[in-house]
Design a protein around this ligand. Structure first.
Ligand SMILES: Nc1nc2c(c(=O)[nH]1)N[C@H]1C(S)=C(S)[C@@H](COP(=O)(O)O)O[C@H]1N2
Ligand SMILES: [Mo]
Length: 520
């Protein structure tokens, strides 16, 4: 193996990179979700079985989508190198390989819910650029041994190393540099275009009215301010994010519309201005992901501001027999909120703000639903654009299609945040955490060290029953290794089960436990 042998794979890699970057640039013009890598990654998310999503969330957390795109690029790189190696001997094979990639990109882009005919352009143009680059590079790489022997595979029209002024090595290097430069330029252009289309400035300049129904004042002592304990209110920056979007939907409020239709007496269509003209309700609500394992991080508490979903549905007039609000996001994701939960008087919101500012784009700007007491995948539709009043028999939402349960009330659970697992000094210390049973409320948390008795933790104050609740208990830590376990009891009198269940299909259960090593 010499450097000379690596020219084929290098040609493949460069052509692949150029194709991907040209596709990204074209996506900047036609809609970034149609760019080849993003489209393939999103299509993979849609077709991957729930176990894979579970694995990705567990292993990569909120970095799951970065990891997925890196994976797509890695697979692409290996294939491109192989195609390049092949193309050196058989140019037709190189063209066929490139065409196959372009076709996969086009197919993935056209299956995107927001796809228009223009979505086929990025992969098509990327494919053409890659094919051209591959053809030129493999031709330049063509000669096996430059001077001494005649070319191994002489093309009748062009005996490759003929021109003494441009020795093949120089020509190959020059073409490689040109391809890499073009790829970098296309990437930079694509970035610029994508950022220009962003709604960041529309979000910054948006002014929202004051709430007609302000949130209850936070009672003193709702945050125990214990280092290491999750704060009562989760800042936007650390609020967990779970969704299927590789490219975040960019929806200016001026073009947002919501349609409410289906089993209603009167269809409604709202603009953003219509929505925020309605009396806005403010409330603290804790959101939880069904994929959160016991002790996991996929839970957060925020102050939400939004219009009442119930009031809107009353205006539309729900017909008898309807039991599901089938909510569709701009990006095609769907949630199935139980009609009963939206109508029973809890603060089911079409939310426009989170923690005092317009929703962050990643959390659903400009409008999402928030319904206390239900896992996010059935209740918290981000970038919502459509509500069809229907039945669970007729419509099956995104995660329910993939085996998760259609209705998903949050399970009573708790988590231990402090002490962090690891080493500790003997003596008085504090054990603390959070517990939640949204829209029921938490009445007690008990803690046990090793096989000792269950002891009552003290509970922080809460503004209502829709949030999590901090708890803490003092502990005289003794030398040795200890297992600390906790369990919560909700306001309905139910104590969380000790039975360990995984997240699928309707939420993890079991007591949270940590192991600490206490030094003398
Ligand atoms: N459009 C859209 N909305 C969505 C999702 C999604 O993938 N797409 N995921 C849901 C899930 S599974 C959860 S747990 C919550 C998470 O909301 P967050 O990202 O604001 O924390 O959003 C829900 N709404
Ligand atoms: Mo979720």
């Amino acid at each position: 193996m010499t450097l000379h042998h690596l020219r084929g794979p290098a040609a493949g890699l460069l052509a692949g990179a150029l194709g991907v970057c040209v596709g990204y640039l074209a996506g900047g013009l036609t809609g970034p979700a149609g760019a080849p890598v993003a489209a393939v990654a999103e299509a993979l998310i849609d077709i991957s079985p729930p176990a894979v999503k579970d694995f990705a969330i567990r292993e990569f957390g909120s970095q799951d989508k970065l990891a997925l795109q890196a994976g797509v690029l890695a697979v692409l790189a290996v294939c491109a190198a192989l195609v390049g190696a092949l193309a050196r001997r058989r140019p037709a094979a190189g063209l066929a390989g490139t065409a196959a990639f372009a076709a996969a990109g086009v197919a993935a882009a056209l299956t995107r819910p927001a796809a228009t005919a223009a979505y086929l352009l990025p992969s098509l143009l990327g494919g053409l650029a890659a094919a051209g680059a591959l053809w030129a590079l493999t031709r330049a790489a063509g000669a096996r041994v430059p001077a001494a022997r005649p070319p191994a595979d002489p093309a009748p029209a062009d005996p490759a190393p003929a021109d003494p002024a441009a020795p093949p090595r120089r020509r190959f290097l020059a073409l490689s540099a040109a391809s890499a430069g073009a790829a970098a330029a296309a990437y930079a252009g694509g970035r610029l275009l994508t950022e220009r289309a962003s709604v960041a400035s529309a979000r910054r300049s948006l002014r929202l009215p004051a709430p007609a129904v302000p949130a209850p004042a936070l009672p003193p002592g709702s945050d125990l301010h214990i280092p290491g304990l999750a704060p009562f209110i989760t800042p936007d920056a650390t609020f967990y994010r779970v969704d299927t979007a590789i490219v975040l939907p960019q929806i200016p409020p001026s073009s947002w519309r919501l349609r409410i239709h289906g089993m209603v007496r009167r269809e409604l269509a709202l603009t953003f201005a219509d929505l925020i003209r309605r009396p806005l309700i403010e409330d603290y609500i804790t959101l939880t992901c069904v994929s959160n394992p016991v002790g996991g991080p996929y839970i957060g508490n925020a102050l939400w501001l939004g219009a009442s979903l119930r009031a809107l549905l009353r205006e539309a007039g729900i017909l008898a027999g309807a039991d599901q609000l089938f909510c569709t996001s701009f990006d095609g994701f769907t949630c199935g909120i139980p009609v009963q939960a939206a109508m029973d008087g809890r603060d089911a919101l079409l939310a426009v703000a989170m923690n005092g500012s317009p929703l962050p784009v990643a959390h659903g700007f400009p409008v999402r639903t928030v319904v206390p007491g239900l896992y996010g995948y059935v209740s918290a539709c981000k970038w919502i654009t459509d509500i069809e009043v229907t039945t669970y028999r007729r419509n099956v939402a995104y995660w329910a299609q993939r085996g998760w349960s259609a209705r998903a009330p949050v399970k009573t659970e708790s988590r231990i945040d402090v002490p962090a697992p690891g080493r500790l000094r003997a003596g008085r210390t504090v054990i603390a955490g959070v517990a939640w049973a949204q829209h029921t409320g938490i009445d007690a948390v008990e803690v046990r060290v090793d096989r000792g008795p269950w002891q009552q933790a003290r509970l922080a104050a809460v503004p209502g029953i829709d949030t999590w609740r901090q708890w803490a208990i003092d502990w005289d830590a003794t030398q040795g290794t200890h297992v600390i376990t906790a369990r919560a009891t909700d306001a309905a009198g139910y104590t969380q089960t000790a039975i360990d269940e995984p997240p699928a299909p309707d939420g993890a259960t079991g007591y949270p436990a940590i192991t600490v090593a206490v030094a003398a």
